[in-house]
Design a protein around this ligand. Sequence first.
Ligand code: FES
Ligand SMILES: [Fe+2]
Length: 247
Amino acid sequence: MLRVDLYSGDQPFKVDRDQVLRRAWQFIGHAGMAPKAGDYLAEEIGGAPVVVVRNAEGALAGFHNVCRHRAGALVADGQGRCGEAFVCRYHGWRYALDGRLKSATDFGAAPGFDPRQYGLYPIRVESWRGLVFVNLDLDAAPLAQLLQPLADSAPLPAFPLVERRSHALGCNWKTYVENYLEGYHLPMVHPEFDEDVVVADYRVGIEGQVIFHSAPPRDASVYAGTWAWIWPNLAINTYRHGYMSSG
Ligand code: FES
Ligand SMILES: [Fe+2]
């Protein structure tokens, strides 16, 4: 645990938001959620609205979901489709899927207004095994560097998306991470898991910014696998029959 004052109040909130969440790779969804050009995923990352869109070339690009005119949200949060352009829902400015301002609708000419300077602000988007990540820090190290320990020790194929569920957690996010990072509570809180693996041999190892947990399975264990936490708030749990990521 950290000092108790780091779990509440404005100052720790701002530090977590600005120094951690907005500078780290954040899992936003599965590539299969935006399969065609013009499909998008929008969400808040560290309180900042962002959108990831599949462009005409088939690549994913990301932007702040904030219009350059009066900061309207271009699209509603969630999964959706904007076709060939984002059209701001406030006054109708149109942006190409590469972020360029195509039309400042009905705005007319104005001294000093050059539409080329009013494209959407970009964010970083990188994918790994079909998992799509964003980073608001344009200078961040590549995603592949963060996930290298996982690539080395848990060679996952690119599974299709089977199901997505959301849970609102009534706690500081760091408390949830701390719980994930210890196996001490398993016998008390997860007795079925305790019966399925040899908890006495539960192991935790740190490699770079990834922490791995594992325990030897008993016969026919469905929980056999590896559980990886990735800085700062993502977990990827691999099991015999698939895997699950949560962030
Ligand atoms: S805020 Fe987007 S067009 Fe005005
Ligand atoms: Fe638990």
